[in-house]
Design a protein around this ligand. Structure first.
Ligand code: COA
Length: 327
């Protein structure tokens, strides 16, 4: 995590909000925000810890995936920058963009490469510097997000640790969460084409430049999450002939405490099976699942043979769940 901690109280100096509103609507108390760090440095720190915990040398890695929507630069990609810092010269590297589902999708990729025999050890990282795409004057979004990174090493094992997965995407509702990056511009475009590519409708029919900050329809995201996450969890369990009672721990993307509570209620699962980090970190997009997984592992609650259901959801709209067994 970045060193700098920003409390809800700190945000009241930027926008009209209150600690009470943020806590009751989201469960967030504080978040970390980069000041001296960047995406690569956060990912490298997390990766070093994951490698140490797994006893794997950087040279044993066959593949590195960084799930992020906020790389330091589009070129070189974040995973190549991490490979350089780790000296993991035997790994091929790519970034994966699936917003808050990114880490879960990257885990699915790692599992399939390992199952297919194309890789033995894969470093999967979820990292975000959302503070650079946050509009700090917009109280409906700036209170939600935080920066951070988490990493895990996946590898071949004699016992199956990966039990199953279910992924889905609804591109039709993609603009529920959106951000524009660079302008479309080249010497061959007409003014009209430039306008069509770079402007959107603003208030009262005006044309305004597309926003370079994240914007969203919060209540639509909320409704989507509480419907799709339980569905995908049931899909994974049904394929394994298992039920919700067979899951020992739930690690969900941390977007809002109330979303996790609603999912638990729909699944009829007790809240003490759900790991909560949203209070400390806010919504860190692709980093939230590995950070929550790390917290669960550090708690010492997970015993050999127990099952962990991991779910991500967010921009795209994307969602996905993976069921693991502790080996
Ligand atoms: N402080 C104080 N008031 C705020 C506020 C803030 N930071 N942000 C919004 N409000 C106001 C709104 O202007 C609105 O006022 P109005 O009724 O006078 O118009 C009121 O609070 C209620 O806003 P609303 O958006 O309906 O609140 P909500 O209960 O739906 O909570 C979210 C908003 C964003 C917290 C919630 O919808 C959410 O968490 N959605 C999921 C978003 C998400 O996780 N996105 C990331 C992708 S995974």
């Amino acid at each position: 995590m970045p060193e700098k901690i920003v409390t809800n109280h700190d945000l009241t100096r930027l926008v009209e909000t209150s600690d009470e509103w943020i806590r009751t609507r989201t469960g967030i108390c504080r978040r970390h925000v980069v000041t001296g760090e960047n995406l690569t440095s956060l990912c490298v720190e997390a990766s070093k810890k994951a490698l140490k915990a797994s006893g794997i040398s950087p040279l044993d890695l066959d593949m590195i995936i960084v799930a992020t929507l906020t790389p330091d630069e589009p070129l070189p990609n974040a995973s190549s920058a991490v490979q350089k810092e780790l000296g993991a010269v035997n790994a091929f590297c790519f970034d994966l963009s699936a917003a808050c589902s990114g880490f879960v999708y990257a885990m699915g990729c790692a599992a399939m490469y390992i199952k297919g025999g194309a890789a033995r050890y894969v470093l999967v990282i979820g990292g975000e510097v959302l503070s650079k795409i946050t509009n700090w004057a917009d109280r409906s979004t700036c209170i939600l997000f935080g920066d951070g990174a988490g990493a895990a090493v996946f590898g071949v094992s004699d016992e199956p640790g990966f039990l199953g997965m279910s992924m889905g995407t609804d591109g039709q509702r993609g603009y529920t969460l959106k951000m524009f990056e660079r302008e479309m511009d080249n010497p061959f475009m007409t003014e009209e084409q430039r306008r069509a590519a770079n402007m959107e409708e603003g208030p009262e029919g005006t044309l305004i430049p597309k926003s370079r900050y994240v914007s969203m329809d919060g209540s639509e995201v909320f409704k989507f999450a509480v419907k799709k996450v339980p569905e995908s969890i049931h899909q994974v369990l049904e394929a394994q002939h298992m039920t919700v009672e067979d899951v020992d721990h739930f690690v969900l993307h941390q977007a809002n405490y109330r979303i996790i509570e609603s999912v638990a209620k729909r699944l009829k699962a007790p809240m003490d099976k759900f790991i909560i980090t949203i209070d400390e970190y806010g919504n860190t997009s692709a980093a939230s699942v590995p950070l929550a997984l790390d917290e669960l592992m550090a708690s010492g609650k997970v015993k050999k043979g127990e099952t962990i259901m991991i779910s991500g959801f967010g921009g795209g709209l994307t969602w996905g769940s993976i069921l693991m067994r502790m080996v």
